[in-house]
Structures are given as C-alpha cells and as structure tokens.
Design a protein around this ligand. Structure first.
Ligand SMILES: [Zn+2]
Length: 164
C-alpha cells in the first residue's frame, strides 16, 4: 500500500520542531562541556526554569511575544529559527526519501549538520562530541539499514560519494 506523501512529510515536520528545540540546547551546552540531559532548560537571561508551555517550539515563542515569561527579557530569534530550519530539513528529507529505512538515517544526518552549523555560528567550533556522535550513530544507522552492498559504503567513505 502506498502511503500518501503528506502522511510522511507532516509528521516529520512536527518531529523536526521538537528535535530542533533539542538541537538548540545541544548547540549551547555542548561547546561548554555541559550535559544535554540535565539540568532542565532555563532562561538564558534570568535563569528561571522553563515550563512545558515555554518550551513549545515556535508557538511558545510567538505566544510569549518573543519574551521570557518571568523576566520579560528578549529571547533570541535563533531559537524559533533553529526549530523552523530543522522542521523544514526534516520535511524535505521525508519528502525525498519517503517512508523507508533510509528516513531515520537522513533525519540523523540533517540533525547533526544543523547542530554542527549552530555551534559553528555561535562559537566557530564544531565540538568533537558532535562529530563522535555522528560517526557512531551514522555507523549504527548503516548496520540497521543498508540498501547498497556494505563495501560500497566502505569505498564511499574512503574515496567519496562519486566512486559509488
Ligand atoms: Zn528570563
């Protein structure tokens, strides 16, 4: 059975908003050597712990008029921008790849590239933790799903994609 395109693209976009929110946090914490799991998100200006409502991607920012609910400080446009860019990247990936085993690998690649671009823009660094995660997760994705013979990936990683 063929799944309609929008049934893949729309959920991917919504998922992208949530992942984009997480990638914003990754881009701020990883260059500082901080954990991406704890502590919970806080306002960068007043340090107030953020509630579920504050953390709704894009819509939370719009509903709050781009200001922190607690200190009324201006929230950087980089947050909703990161969420929207991730949603767009996920939607395009889902549209191009469809509901196939390649989709998780594509979304993973998009996420890593967005996190790396953000840390690069913020700090002019691409932290080793992001690169190491990308290598490990990329390898795991290839073990789970490999539409081409495995040696093509090995060759491709050495010689570049044009060789395959
Ligand atoms: Zn605040």
């Amino acid at each position: 059975m063929n799944i309609p395109e929008w049934l893949v693209v729309a959920p991917a976009a919504v998922f992208g908003l949530a992942i984009g929110s997480f990638l914003n946090l990754v881009a701020i914490r990883v260059p500082k050597g901080e954990s991406v799991i704890s502590p919970p998100s806080r306002c960068m200006l007043c340090g107030h712990r953020l509630g579920a409502f504050d953390l709704i991607p894009v819509f939370g920012y719009l509903l709050l008029g781009g200001r922190c609910r607690y200190c009324r400080g201006r929230i950087s446009l980089a947050y909703p921008a990161g969420e929207l860019i991730t949603a767009a990247a996920f939607a395009v990936t889902a549209w191009r790849v469809g509901w196939t085993p390649e989709l998780p690998a594509g979304l993973l690649l998009a996420s890593v590239l967005i996190a790396a671009a953000q840390t690069d823009l913020r700090t002019m660094l691409i932290p080793d933790r992001i690169v190491a995660f990308a290598l490990g997760a990329g390898l795991a994705a290839r073990i789970v799903s490999h539409p081409l013979p495995w040696w093509e990936y090995a060759l491709g990683s050495v010689l570049g994609p044009e060789s395959c």
